[in-house]
Design a protein around this ligand. Structure first.
Ligand code: SF4
Length: 243
């Protein structure tokens, strides 16, 4: 019997580098997108995927939604030969890089789950960490995704941002809970050397929050999300029970 696996596909392109980010992702490299996908297709072709049953596919990054959706379609066409019929297929998207047409294309490719990068609902904080969108732009994308038919959505948040207070965090959590996404990920900010944020903290332009406050934020997050019906199944991840 074939072993069941999950496949992760990395798309290392972004519109702009967020100040806290040390993931493998590059802004201003549009010229390499097609070439990268061609290489990816060859890699999938030469892989031993045929020996497995693919249960989940996660297209992450970077910002996969920055790609022309035809390229996403090509990647999935190759992988879908090996996926089980009810495979969960997720793509990470960022507001500012998707429109209705792209979202509809994703559905036509069999993508059935979205992971949307929000990080905070506070526009001042979003700007301060170099995100390319504001809260309203996130909301538009979220509502559009629901309207075109996505029934499984994750929203990404961050706790411990410079300037974030418990009140600001709770406000973000409550606004997201109101939207009722199926999944919420909330990561503690890690100050990574080499990032713009690291430099800003070094130069005392920004100050990281106190560790005790960060711990309090974590426990409050857990409490608020559990009260809202989310199951805390992994350190940074919360999910609504499947009906
Ligand atoms: S969108 Fe994500 S991967 Fe891209 S720079 Fe921002 S945090 Fe990094």
């Amino acid at each position: 019997m074939k072993k069941e696996i999950g496949v992760y596909v990395h798309i290392p392109f972004c519109k702009r580098k967020c100040y806290y980010c040390d993931f493998v992702s590059y802004p201003d490299k549009e010229n390499f997108m097609e070439e990268y996908v061609d290489a990816l297709l060859k890699e999938i072709q030469n892989s031993d995927l045929r020996q497995y049953k693919v249960k989940t596919v996660y297209i992450g990054g970077g910002t996969p939604s920055i790609l022309n959706s035809k390229l996403i379609g090509k990647i999935l066409e190759k992988i879908k030969k090996y996926t089980v019929q009810d495979a969960e297929i997720t793509i990470e998207i960022n507001p500012g890089t998707v429109n209705e047409e792209k979202l509809k294309d994703y559905i036509s490719f069999g993508i059935n789950r979205l992971s949307i990068g929000l990080q905070s609902t506070n526009n001042k904080l979003l700007k301060q960490i170099g995100r390319i969108h504001n809260y309203k732009e996130f909301l538009d994308v979220y509502n559009l995704a629901r309207n075109v038919g996505f029934k499984n959505i994750n929203v990404d948040l961050i706790l411990g941002l410079p300037g974030q207070t418990l009140r600001i965090l709770l406000n973000s959590l409550n606004k997201v809970i109101e939207l009722n996404p199926e999944h919420i990920s909330i990561y503690s900010l890690i100050l990574e050397e080499g990032t713009k944020l690291f430099q800003m903290v070094e130069e005392e332009k920004l100050k990281m929050i106190d560790e005790d406050l960060e711990r309090k934020m974590y426990w409050e997050t857990k409490k608020v999300l559990e009260e809202a019906g989310y199951i805390h199944y992994e350190i940074s991840n919360f999910a609504k029970p499947r009906l």
